[in-house]
Design a protein around this ligand. Sequence first.
Ligand SMILES: C[S@@+](CC[C@H](N)C(=O)[O-])C[C@H]1O[C@@H](n2cnc3c(N)ncnc32)[C@H](O)[C@@H]1O
Length: 383
Amino acid sequence: TPTERIGIHTPRCADSYAELRALNMVSRVSCREADGVAVPRNFGELALKTLKRSNLYLQELKVTHRDDTIVIPVTNVEKAIAILRSQHIPCRHLRMCFPSKTTLRHATLRDFLRDKVPQKDLERIPRSFYIVGDIALISLDIELAERYGHLIAEAIMKLHPRIRAVYARGETVGIERVRRLIFLGGEPHTRTIHRESGINIVVDIAHAYYNPALATEHERVASIIATTPGAKILDAFTGVGPFALHIAKRSWCYVVACDINIYALKLLRESIRLNKLRGHIEALNVDSFKLLESLDRAGILFDYIIMNMPHQAIEALCHALNAVRSRGLIFVYTIAHSDDEALSQVKNKTLECRGIAFRVVEVRRVLDYAPRKYIYRLTLERT
Ligand SMILES: C[S@@+](CC[C@H](N)C(=O)[O-])C[C@H]1O[C@@H](n2cnc3c(N)ncnc32)[C@H](O)[C@@H]1O
């Protein structure tokens, strides 16, 4: 066939996406089957100029290069061949998938859904979504999830060919803060490996808390702690251990990482094996409220304590302040409407801690939580 002669792989258009990508012929683009003319590369510029002048170049598709040949998509192949031959340009007919000029890099989820979802519903579908490993998580109303879930999943997987499963993400519930999920499409699986600043984190979105939007925060806290080599750190509500992993990746240290969710710790232990860490992480399945109380009573001191359980962590603040050395830091998270409210939550709680001197080093808004409600981190220094 002409295709074989010219040495260009011409996959079926509908299934060509992954194949084209695998062949490295195009990157992240959609494609459309069309007639083209193949010409030797040294005639390429002249051929394209001639076809453009005659209005025969099919403008919305891209010219494709392959070895010593270029293939130009055309609106009328017979006319195109006749004109090129009249100019003594060697050419032959080829029907193949041409990359579309709208690359997926610029396309949006809504672009993919526009002809399938009525406008009023389209506007309720979020423009963005989270990616955790090879899983996408999108915030959707149940009604939208039921009606358009499969279309949304299909569109996301077209936009991001690495994604293999798509879920609607609900709220995090219960003491273990595990997220409610609705499967929308792809290959159903909830366990994956997510890469966060060069660290491989084993995650199971159905069984343990993990939020990729906290990546910068994990890094920020780790970079503060890394200034103290050999530090002893308590990550009291570690989940799958992103703080602990970031810290141990950066510096030689000893991290005690605790969680009540035994499955989260199992995932953390897998991540510890997967990554080359400088520090040592001890993963402990304990109730951190009780642990902090015991540390306080026993007078055991840490250099840093991370308390990332925004709903409740403040409750254990007095014990934490007694379990951190002088000049040591506590990173405590809370939910509030404003900086002032976050600060007064901490101040009110610490009124109960008798004889503990500390100062607030930083109040930082970390994440949106609900309309006009945010997750804050307060950094406290024991003085
Ligand atoms: C918001 S998540 C934080 C996870 C982690 N720090 C991160 O950044 O991804 C809170 C974690 O606290 C754990 N947790 C809740 N109550 C606990 C307790 N009493 N003792 C230890 N861990 C607890 C939950 O299982 C959950 O994994």
